[in-house]
Structures are given as structure tokens and as C-alpha cells.
Design a binder for this molecule. Sequence first.
Ligand code: FAQ
Length: 358
Amino acid sequence: MYAQALDAVGQTAPAGPEDGERGQRFQRRVDAEQRIEPNDWMPAGYRKTLTRQISQHAHSEIVGMLPEGNWITRAPTLRRKAALLAKIQDECGHGLYLYAAAETLGCAREELVEQLLTGKAKYSSIFNYPTLTWADIGAIGWLVDGAAIMNQIPLCRCSYGPYARAMIRICKEESFHQRQGYEIMLTLCQGTPQQKEMAQDALNRWWWPCLMMFGPSDKQSLHSADTMKWKIKRFSNDDLRQKFVDATVPQGHYLGLSFPDPDLQFDAHSGHWRFGAIDWSEFKRVLAGDGPCNRERLAARRRVHEEGAWVRAAALAHAKKRAKNQAKNEAENPAENQAENQAENPAERASEAQTTGE
Ligand code: FAQ
């Protein structure tokens, strides 16, 4: 009820023959690593899958504030509280840049938010797990942000300009988040035996859900073929998952922690850490709305949306009043406004001069 289960493989529409010469030209631009911008022609399938991915990403950032928000009032020191507050505000900012990027594809933000609140849109499975102890805040920074960075760094080279540019700033901030999380884990692991145990317990609970963040296996992935061809995604789900495991296992060992996977072992031949089978039935359950916190997360988003109705109404009333005053002012002082506009837009004037040959 809260999110859809996985649909049938091969459901997305690739750039079809109906796109003809335009479609081929588009693909040549993508292949030549040229950025696609909002006013450029693009295949309907490209627009659709980008809107889907960017909006799901935005929803994830917004819902992702909730598990950490749970610990703001209980952070152990003032320094930890300040860092956690700043991190959560960053996640909110990421959500807003991403909604803005999705809007450049022609859909209204209200519509996207509505899809989240009605349970039609997905958000990352990871945010349906609870934060039971302070160590979970360390584990989220270290592992969840670590996985997010692994997935998002290649998105800085995504073929769609507004998404790629949003990702640059987001990745810088995520990298700070990852380090603050690892530092929490390090402090706990160098503390009392109870603190270390708490860190180990957090790793035990977050490890497998973090591996699921990268999405279904390549064989099961619905969209990868299209999104890789369109250079939205640069690496497959399985490749990114492997990169994450390779980077993270030595970090865990440095902390003196063990991973909850008896099959985890280093394969000297390939240079990779081989890991055990992921329980995809759990992933499907969480996507279908039956994870530990799905209902709680959506109920929280719906409640704050309702409580924020007066802010949206006030912002709209203010914008309307401003526009009315501006129109009145322009009607009363046309000459003054013309001069002001010219002074404000030197670049526009220069380009006008060029086209008129002045
Ligand atoms: N959870 O065909 P694919 C963060 C869905 S941000 C839920 O492989 P695709 C920051 C998928 O949407 C974390 N659903 O899909 C932070 C599709 O369903 P649909 C979010 C998932 O798009 C840190 C279906 O399964 N990051 O953590 C998941 O090619 C700390 C089939 O899958 C992004 O969104 C999942 N884990 O690849 C915030 C990054 N995986 O749409 C707060 C951008 C798959 O057909 C605190 N997104 N699905 O109904 C991506 O890179 C891609 O969309 C993937 C999925 C890799 C997530």
C-alpha cells in the first residue's frame, strides 16, 4: 500500500524508432559526453526515467531526515548535536535541489510531493529501518552516506545537466557526513566494551540493508539498460555494490569490528571482497511497504505536510501581493521601470545590440 513492489523486468520504454533522426542525434550527443539541458529535445523515455530517478532521490533525502532526527534531542554532546543538526539540514537542502532539478523536466513539485505522500513514489529502502541507539547515527553516516557517495559520485557525470550539477555539491556534503559518521564509530570503538558492543550491533543491523540500497541485482534491474545507455547511470547496481564492499570492509576492520556475513572473504585473485547472498525477499518486503518503519515514515511526512499548509498559503499570498505591487508600480512609473530593467540586464542588452546590429 505504501510503495509499489518491483514491476516486471523490461518495462521502461527506450528511445523508440518513433524518435527517428532526432533520437539518433540525441544518442550521439550523449555518446559524445555533451550535457542535455532542460530546453533540449529528449526522448520521452529519457524524461520519464530521469523524473522518476531524481524525484525518488529527492524523496529519499527528505524521508532520510527522519531516522536521524530521532536523535537530535539525545545526541551525547553539544558538538555532536550541532553536527547532527547541520547534517540533517544538508539532507533537506539536497532534497530541495533535487526537486528543483526534477521540475526542470516539466513536472510540478506539488505533484511529486503528492506521489510521495500517497505512497505511489518510492524512496530509498534504507530509511525504513529504525535508529535504536546513538551508534546507529554513526552507522548511518559511515555506511548509508558511504553507500550514497559511492552511488552519487558517478551521477556528477550524468548526461542531464541540472542533475549532474546538483550532485556536485551534494557529494561534497555527503563526504563530510560520511566522515562524521566514521568518527562517531571510531570514538565508540575506542571507548568502553559496552560502547564497542553498541557499534558492533549497529553494524550488524545496517550492513545488509546498506547493500540493498544499490538496488536489485543487475539481472533483476528494470531500468539499468536504458539509464546506462543514456549515461544517467555510469556503473551497474552490482558494480557499485562491490566497490562499496571493497572500500568499507577494511574501514570496519580498522575499527576492530566484524561483518555479519560468514561468507565475506578476500579474493586475492580478483582483489575483491566476496560477500554472501543478499536476502532479496527482505528488500521486496520493504519496497512493498512492509519494512520496520514504512508506516511511521509516511505518517510523519503526511503530518508535517498538513502542519505546513499555513506556510505554503502564506508564501503564496506574499508572492501574489508582491506581484500585484510590482505591476501597480510599473503601471504608475513606466519610464523609471524601463531604465531600471535596462540597468539590471547588461548581458541581455549586449545580446540585443548584437542581434539588432547596434
Ligand atoms: N530503495 O531498475 P532498478 C541518501 C527501485 S540518498 C527503494 O535497478 P534504477 C542520502 C527502483 O526505483 C539515497 N527502491 O532502478 C542520505 C525501481 O523502481 P521503479 C537514495 C529501490 O533506478 C544519507 C526498481 O527498484 N539515492 O542516502 C531501491 O535503475 C543519509 C528497480 O530498480 C538515490 O536515489 C532502493 N534501495 O536504480 C540521506 C540515488 N533500489 O522506479 C539521509 C539515485 C532500486 O521502477 C541520510 N538513484 N529501487 O518503481 C539511483 O542511482 C538509482 O535510482 C538506484 C536504482 C541505483 C537507486
